[in-house]
Design a protein around this ligand. Structure first.
Ligand SMILES: *[C@@H]1O[C@H](CO)[C@@H](O)[C@H](O)[C@H]1NC(C)=O
Ligand SMILES: *[C@@H]1O[C@H](CO)[C@@H](O)[C@H](O)[C@H]1NC(C)=O
Ligand SMILES: *[C@@H]1O[C@H](CO)[C@@H](O)[C@H](O)[C@H]1NC(C)=O
Ligand SMILES: *[C@@H]1O[C@H](CO)[C@@H](O)[C@H](O)[C@H]1NC(C)=O
Ligand SMILES: *[C@@H]1O[C@H](CO)[C@@H](O)[C@H](O)[C@H]1NC(C)=O
Ligand SMILES: *[C@@H]1O[C@H](CO)[C@@H](O)[C@H](O)[C@H]1NC(C)=O
Ligand SMILES: *[C@@H]1O[C@H](CO)[C@@H](O)[C@H](O)[C@H]1NC(C)=O
Ligand SMILES: *[C@@H]1O[C@H](CO)[C@@H](O)[C@H](O)[C@H]1NC(C)=O
Ligand SMILES: *[C@@H]1O[C@H](CO)[C@@H](O)[C@H](O)[C@H]1NC(C)=O
Ligand SMILES: *[C@@H]1O[C@H](CO)[C@@H](O)[C@H](O)[C@H]1NC(C)=O
Ligand SMILES: *[C@@H]1O[C@H](CO)[C@@H](O)[C@H](O)[C@H]1NC(C)=O
Length: 481
């Protein structure tokens, strides 16, 4: 007796240290909320204190329970660290509201199960269908309330998983009645509604609402009026619906209507979303010279239209750049109106692509502008070519005449020349034909050469060498170290 008491104490101390050494944590995940009669799936996963999933080679016992009346319970045990459970709160028995789910996990320690972890979770069981209205444009689910007014918007109701499973059964038909503002736009069977917003809706807040009614096939014939009256619990409800034929009455509060499920054999849902139709960015005009002389500044003005605010950035690429369309701004500037003035001094190279990335809440445009920098060496102007050519032609003609004249009156000049001062050396007559020809040619072409140098010289010194440090500051610092 005494010995077994000691053994029990030793054992409990041992198990106590064991239990605390487990450091186990159990977490509950679920796919609710769900409407009454829907089945909510729960998952409990056991983790060790480092956040890893516990290996499933030990025997665990999971005990599930909720706080409903009558209570749901479930127990399973085995070599696993994960347990699945599902609960259905069906309608006359249970009422909508918050229910608490609890899971307790025990571990088999050789003699009995030892509590190692527990967790609780609150879920909402609702009277109305759960979900949200999604906006889909160009096959993309939009995050915010802003939609492009240039493209069709698909309004789609995404039900919670339990509700989708409940209505997904064969014999249930689901009908959605759609309202834009106060206006009724008809019903759809697939929980989605396509609509083109117009210029009148631009930059205005529009409330779009959907009333969803689901029931068994046999009841599916009911009309909107019946459903609507059912749903809002008011026989006068049809008066709201009649607005489809009359202009919306601003005095009438059509922002919201109370939904009270009337038919116990039908499921109702009410979904709404604010939408702001927005004009996407459109680049209207790009002004500026894109064919630049060396050393000239590049000035570009871009104007665009659309709904403000706009954000933009300008990216600069050397050479040709092929736009992929997914270029983004790392640091965008925001502007209320879409006017971008861009200026930049061109550095090395001849071809550049300036990329204007402009966006607003619903769109982004990427506009490339090709810029070419040239020096006159590569693209001499016509006058620069014609002047030296005509000068040399004139010089050649003069030389030919001069030579002819010289030969003709050679003797007479030879006599007279002897009297002249040689040091002046400015007269044509003392040069040989070769010398004179060379001189004439060099004087004819020297103009062009000087143009070249005077343009190329400073430009290569200032922009080629001088500013290269500006564009590669890292190199500059590197050489200093
Ligand atoms: C939900 O419960 C049903 C009936 O007990 C069972 O057949 C089904 O496998 C359960 N589903 C999950 C995910 O536990
Ligand atoms: C359940 O619904 C109530 C009322 O809408 C809300 O206050 C509560 O946070 C919800 N609980 C859960 C667990 O979502
Ligand atoms: C729609 O999306 C496609 C690809 O996702 C894109 O190429 C196209 O330009 C988009 N249309 C509009 C109008 O934005
Ligand atoms: C739906 O109905 C079809 C034909 O009536 C039947 O073959 C199918 O098993 C049903 N599916 C479910 C989930 O009830
Ligand atoms: C919206 O406009 C597009 C093209 O303009 C058209 O193809 C589409 O059918 C329109 N959708 C609706 C619901 O009117
Ligand atoms: C259901 O509607 C169809 C056509 O709208 C009609 O012919 C039929 O009689 C209706 N059935 C019931 C049960 O109301
Ligand atoms: C319908 O509305 C009228 C006035 O708007 C009111 O007098 C009448 O009692 C309403 N009927 C019901 C059934 O609510
Ligand atoms: C929920 O299920 C019960 C029976 O399971 C049924 O009587 C009741 O009509 C259902 N509720 C709805 C809204 O269909
Ligand atoms: C850009 O706009 C400014 C101010 O509107 C104007 O002074 C300038 O001349 C424009 N530049 C070009 C290249 O159009
Ligand atoms: C851009 O695209 C054209 C044609 O697709 C291709 O010939 C050219 O090499 C591309 N340029 C660059 C820089 O990728
Ligand atoms: C842009 O899209 C192309 C193909 O469409 C892809 O290869 C590239 O990685 C994308 N770039 C970025 C920055 O997302």
């Amino acid at each position: 007796m005494h010995r077994s008491g000691v053994l029990a104490i030793v054992l409990s101390v041992f198990l106590g240290t064991l239990g605390s050494a487990f450091g186990a944590v159990v977490t509950i995940t679920q796919d609710g909320p769900g409407v009454l009669n829907s089945t909510i799936y729960f998952t409990a996963q056991l983790y060790d204190d480092e956040g890893h999933k516990q290996n499933s080679d030990t025997i665990h016992k999971f005990t599930w329970a909720d706080n409903a009346m009558p209570q749901h319970t479930y127990t399973e045990q085995g070599e696993f660290s994960k347990s699945l459970w599902n609960v259905t709160y069906s309608s006359p028995t249970y009422s909508p509201g918050e229910y608490e789910i609890e899971v307790r996990v025990k571990k088999w320690v050789g003699f009995f199960f030892w509590d190692i972890a527990s967790s609780r979770f609150k879920i909402n069981v609702t009277a109305l269908l759960n979900g949200e209205m999604e906006l889909v444009q160009n096959q993309t689910v939009l995050g915010g309330n802003y939609v492009s007014d240039r493209q069709e918007v698909v309004h789609r109701i995404r039900l919670s998983d339990p509700d989708r499973r409940l209505l997904g059964t064969n014999d249930t038909t689901t009908t959605a009645f759609w309202f834009v503002g106060c206006q009724y736009y008809g019903m759809t069977q697939d929980l989605s509604f396509a609509y083109n917003y117009t210029k009148d809706d631009l930059d205005q807040v529009r409330m779009i609402r959907a009333l969803v009614v689901a029931g068994r096939e046999s009841d599916a014939n009911s009309t909107l009026d019946d459903n609507f009256a059912d749903a809002i619990g008011d026989d006068n409800a049809t008066s709201i619906v009649d607005e489809s034929s009359t202009p919306p009455d601003p005095d009438k509060n059509c922002e919201d209507f109370p939904i009270v499920p009337k038919d116990p054999n039908k499921y109702y849902g009410y979904f709404k979303r604010r939408i702001i139709p927005t004009a996407p960015v459109h680049v209207d005009n790009i002004q500026g010279q894109t064919w630049l002389k060396t050393g000239e500044m590049l000035y570009l003005n871009v104007t665009c239209s659309g709904s403000s605010p706009f954000y933009h950035c300008v990216r600069f690429f050397s050479g040709e750049y092929n736009v992929t369309g997914n270029e983004t701004c790392t640091q965008a500037r925001s502007t209320p109106n879409c006017r971008i003035a861009f200026s930049r001094l061109m550095n090395k190279g001849t071809k550049y692509t300036v990329l204007f990335i402009i966006g607003n809440r619903v769109s982004r445009t990427v506009t490339p502008v090709g810029v070419t920098r040239y020096s006159e060496k590569h693209h001499p102007q016509l006058s620069v070519v014609i002047v030296p050519i005509s000068c040399s032609a004139v010089a050649i003609v003069l030389i030919i005449f001069g030579v002819a004249y010289y030969i003709q009156s050679r003797n007479r000049y030879e006599i007279e020349v002897a009297d002249f001062d040689f040091s002046r050396n400015s007269d044509m007559e003392y040069k040989t034909f070769k010398e004179r020809l060379r001189e004439a040619f060099s004087s004819a072409f020297s103009g062009v050469r000087e143009d070249e140098y005077s343009d190329e010289g400073p430009s290569s010194g200032l922009f080629g060498g001088g500013t290269s440090n500006v564009w590669s500051p890292t190199r500059k610092y590197g050489s200093m170290q």
